[in-house]
Design a protein around this ligand. Sequence first.
Ligand SMILES: Nc1ncnc2c1ncn2[C@@H]1O[C@H](COP(=O)(O)OP(=O)(O)OP(=O)(O)O)[C@@H](O)[C@H]1O
Length: 915
Amino acid sequence: MGRKVHEQRARVVTALDHLRHQIGLALGAARNAHAQAEQELAQRRLEQDVVRTGMDRAAADPELAARMTTPAMASVVHKLASVREQFYAEWTAGPRRLRELVAETAPGPASAPAGEWLGRVGTSSGLTTPQLWRIGETTVDGSADSAFDVAVPLLDSSHLAVTSAPNTRSTVDGLVENLLMRVLSTFEPGAVKIHLWDIGQLTGVLPNFYALSRTSAVTVHDPTRLSDLLDEFAGHIRRIHGYTMQAGHVSLRAMRAATGKRLEPWRIGVLYGNGEDLQPEQIRDIKRVASGAIEAGMSLILVDVPTMLDGAVESVHVTADRTAVTSMTGPDLAVRLDPPLPGGQVATASSRIAEALMARQGGPRTFDDLLPTEYGTASSAVELRAPVGFHEGEPVDVVIGDATPHALIGGPSGSGKTNFLYALLGSLCARYSPNELALYLLDFKEGVSFAGLAPGRKDESWLPHARLVGVNVNTDREFGLALLRFLTDELRRRSAAAKEHEVTTLSELREQDPNGHWPRIVAVIDEFQYLFGERDTVTTLATSLLEDVARRGRSQGIHLILASQDIAGIEAFWGKPAVFEQCTLRIAMPKARRVLAEANQAAVAAPRWHAVVNHDSGIGHGNQLAHVPDASSGGVFPALQRQLWQRYGSTSVPRLFDGAHAPRLAESTAFTALSPSDRPHAIVGQSIDVADVAHTVELSTAPGRNLAVLGTTQRDAVSILDSAVRSVARQFAPGDVEFALFCLVDRCEPAVTALAERLHAEGHKAETVTADTVVETVTAWAGELADGSQRAARRIAVLYGVDAALPVLEAKEPGRTSGLDHLRTLLKQGPARGVHVLGWWRSIARLKDTLGFGGTDDVGAWVALDVQGNELGPLAAGQVVHWSPRPDRALFFDRTTLSSPEIVIPFRREEDLDD
Ligand SMILES: Nc1ncnc2c1ncn2[C@@H]1O[C@H](COP(=O)(O)OP(=O)(O)OP(=O)(O)O)[C@@H](O)[C@H]1O
């Protein structure tokens, strides 16, 4: 038993010894591995520390030097030395390559030393821009040989954020001035606009730019008005973005490349903060502007404005005098900034660029500068586009088309509205032929502002594009209605044609119907608020017609230009927002109010002879300021008109409607066009209409085909009878008509005699009847009606002052029918037998007396002079008649042709013209 136990124990002890040995071995191996790992770690740490510090600096550092000289670290030191050797062997070419790169992408003033360019005016037209702009240099190993340029991207590429250590403002200013001067000296003047804003300074931001700040190249903004500057930038971005996208380009740069034209200047906004946070909304606006700016050719340089911009932005942190670190070169390289440019030389260079810019923009432009070299070559199929003025030497266009179908022009009296209209009309008419553009011009102002566009006494020429010129229509609001009616008729005609050709727009119609005559129509209504001047049916009708034209005109190429003294004009729109909203083109003359959007104050600040042209319904970002050349002083417009007239003049003459001018029968188309007819019409007076037409009464055989002239105004009454008789006479050969002129009022005798002589001269039979023979004549004429025989000739009885003869006519002799009864017979039965009465009654009561109980049916047509509307109702089928008598106008009603009475202008007899 004892031996067995002993053997067992010995086995255990042996096993344990073996185990201990094994553990000892394992532990020894682990210790070794650990020691090796620690050494490797120390080597890697040393390697890292040396790389971070740099070999040379590490050797000078006691702690690092001690570590490096440890024998265990020899391999590390050796490796680093060989890597460094190899790197420097390659790097010797590095600075050269970088220098070449900068020279290539930052040519000329963008990187060259100032002595080579400072003071010279740039020449690049700005189709492309340098990609980098030098700000300084740096070196990796401190040696001059390995120095290379440090340059930053800016235009079309990036924003720049500059931050500064305390007391480095002069270095920062030097950096910014240097950069801006390189940019300004690269391009021809005007290609870059710089906006300076400094939270702490009203003036004195970059004072060496003073000369440029008097031009549009540099604008210094009020420190309290950052939001205005940001709004302005946002407006430019929206506008530029709008038109580049519309033309199918993603950015201004892409559009420039595609079109080969520099359409806009680059804009650089330099914002100096003070390192403290701006207001949250200002930060938000800066970020918003920054995010869309690059595509619109705008870059921001933010100095000590603590914000992170999205997208492309490079940074420069000025650490000490002329020293900075930049995002281009990384945190390890200290950049030596270029020395500030000599202040005097910068000021001189600024003056030179400013002078060159002013010379380039030219002095005040003239009307001739608005005109193209070749006239009449533009097509209006898509739109009308013409410059109307200039801004900093560049033309400012007005576009009338799909997006801006109608225009509203406002400005106080004398602010140049009429001049603007002339500039616009001249610029348009020189570009578009009368086949492309037709004008309808109406001026409600007293005066004759458009009269020169129609043929006149002084000048035989006219504006060939003008189809209608209406002047002095301030009391003839109906003429405005007539124009609007004409335009709605034209709308209808055009939409019918469009339907027929299965198209919807004018440009498509013109494509489908190339031989059709489809000019764009522009109707100008100056002082249009007169249309809405009273609470009456004219206003109601004008409103609905105007809304119709405004809504539907766009697609049919019918455009309105409404001009007014601001307040009055805008108030006229109250309750008619449709028209106002459709006028997306707004033109505000200086001091115009309410024409632009409420918050848009551009017109307040606009200088004299300028206009704010806004194609965005008056919203601020659409503002384009334009100096409008003088187009209205003597001889300027007429010179163009004469050239255009010589070119196109043989086309039809525009109609001139002059409300202050009494029309003459002999000059009226309605009269001159008359020829013999078996359906004679008596002309009563000129219509208030777009076409040169007259109101007439057909003298047919229907009952009631007689005419009554009512009122006391002898001159007009005589004129109306005169034109009625002369027009009838013109429609008959001698012998086919007979006239009896009843002179019942002595004062009419000269007129009656003159008319009789005229009729005789024309070969007509015309007897003169006086108060003494009136009864005898009507009795004879009535007798002839009664005997039933049909006369070959028509007979016209013309009675001047029937009321004066009533006592004689009413006189009754026993057993005989009175003269009055015979007259009644003539009125009642005459028309059916070719006998008509044209009579003048000086009061309605006397007319009623004449007609007796038979009612008014026998007078189917009447003309009222100084008679109030309410007296006329019974003569107009009981309708309410709105009529307040006014000089030289009359109210006409013919129940067979008119639904309600209309205004006529009596023709003036030649004998009365010198009144
Ligand atoms: N751009 C301009 N350059 C030079 N003179 C101008 C210019 N614009 C207007 N004028 C002159 O100023 C005067 C008033 O201009 P205009 O008649 O165009 O003003 P308006 O606004 O139409 O005034 P109103 O409503 O009283 O007729 C005219 O004598 C005109 O010749």
